[in-house]
Design a binder for this molecule. Structure first.
Ligand code: NCD
Ligand code: ZN
Length: 421
């Protein structure tokens, strides 16, 4: 079947232009100033067309935690947020730390409405096995503990993993927080049940120590290092400095909308709903992250979509799980920032589509280009909408951005030539 997107402004070669797009099957087969006459047409008049977002950090929770999310609810939520590809994290039950577990996960997700791939978790026992998993885009390292408790922070083992990354080409994606620092702080602040203590326990120091160590190991051993969800000023400073060195060309990092759009003032109003790892920190950190995002030091923005039920979040601080859902709000928040002239559109497209495709080796995604996959989002930048908990598609049904009015509207999402919405 062929489908034409006519009369819109498409983001091609780094800018928006009046261009029509022809889709045949799953691919973009033509881009032209002339209108395409086909059996099916979407009139994009007044709207813009961007490459779909590639979210390199989601927790769709299968198998084991289907009550929090599954591939139906998760991909429906992603589609509503303009996300066409997701990369799912391994902290499920069982954890994705072996080939059979990976195959099981692939089978569970096979009918998802979005494109997907999966990270495998590194453990002290599985590096030999990882070496023989074909086409692996990324290995996840939990250098500090978080939901799932799959810790991997032995220096010799990390060195081995970086060498394997150098040999096989996969990216080592790290949750970078220092376990010792977290435990020490947890003891120091034990008994405090105000959610704002999270920032004191999972401190800037905890992140900076981990990042410094990882940069050092990466430099010595090679391979590709990607620091997930950077949350602090010191953390991003260390990365900026390391990027200027020789090994820096294989060092990338990500920020989440949680750390870009929230700061510690949110604990008072939202309590455990904004408890996530690494913690949301003070405004100085948020500002430092924005600067780095605008500059390009932050390579990608990913959601770290980490849903938990409202009952789980209603427990007291010390018992409530960490994590915030985000696939429905990431692209809208970023486009709203474009509307408010906080960041150029080009930078946003780079961070959510182009760069994640490059880093994680999605060879035919991330750009609107002839021959590339027809993963696209049609957006009305003149229309606004309000984020409402009850209208969300994630099973978690809450967002820290509930009630916020955003200037942009995702009209339609197209995955592999198939339009939704
Ligand atoms: C994530 C989860 O719940 O799976 N939680 C979080 O606070 N980010 C785990 C993670 O990515 O650290
Ligand atoms: Zn994490």
């Amino acid at each position: 079947m062929s489908l034409a997107l006519n009369n819109g402004k498409a983001f091609v070669n780094g800018k928006l232009s009046m261009l029509n797009i022809l889709i045949e099957g799953k691919k973009i087969s033509g881009i032209s100033k002339k209108r395409f006459g086909t059996e099916k047409e979407i009139d994009c008049n007044g709207k813009i067309i961007l490459p779909g977002a590639i979210d390199a950090h989601v927790h769709f929770r299968c198998p084991g935690f289907e009550h929090k999310e599954d591939w139906f609810s998760g991909s429906l939520a992603a589609l509503h947020g303009g996300i066409t590809t997701v990369m799912d994290m391994p902290n499920t039950k069982p954890a994705t730390d072996s080939r059979p577990a990976l195959e099981e996960k692939r089978a569970i997700a096979k009918d998802a409405m979005v494109n997907k791939d999966f990270f495998v978790a590194a453990t002290n026992e599985n590096l030999q096995e990882i070496a023989f998993i074909p086409d692996l885009r990324g290995v996840k390292v939990y250098y500090g503990s978080t939901t799932g408790n799959i810790l991997f922070n032995d220096s010799a083992k990390l060195a081995e993993l970086f060498r394997l990354s150098k040999k096989n080409g996969f990216v080592v994606v790290v949750h970078a927080e220092d376990e010792e620092t977290i435990s020490r702080n947890a003891k120091k602040f034990a008994g405090i049940e105000d959610a704002s203590v999270h920032e004191k326990i999972r401190s800037e120091e905890a992140e900076a120590r981990a990042i410094a160590k990882l940069i050092e190991l990466h430099k010595k051993n090679g391979g590709k290092l990607h620091i997930a969800h950077v949350s602090s000023r010191k953390g991003i400073q260390l990365i900026a400095r390391a990027k200027k060195t020789k090994s820096g060309k294989n060092l990338t990092c990500e920020a989440t909308p949680n750390h870009l759009f929230l700061d510690s003032s949110a604990y008072k109003k939202l309590g455990n709903l904004v408890k996530c790892n690494p913690s949301i920190k003070g405004a100085v950190h948020r500002k430092a992250l924005w600067k780095a995002f605008v500059k390009g030091t932050i390579d990608i923005v990913a959601t770290d979509h980490a849903p938990h039920t409202q009952e789980e979040k209603a427990k007291k601080y010390s018992e409530a799980p960490s994590g915030i859902p985000g696939v429905e709000t990431m692209f809208p928040l970023l486009l709203d920032a474009v509307s408010r002239k906080k960041i150029p559109l080009k930078r946003v497209v780079k961070a959510v589509s182009e760069k994640p495709a490059q880093i994680f080796n999605w060879k035919t995604k991330g750009l609107i280009k002839k021959g590339f996959d027809a993963d696209l989002v049609i957006i009305d930048m003149k229309k606004a909408f309000t984020v409402k908990n009850e209208e969300l598609f994630t099973k978690a049904k809450y967002s820290p951005f509930n009630g916020q009015r955003l200037k942009c509207f995702i009209a339609q999402t197209i995955v592999g030539g198939q339009p939704y919405g």
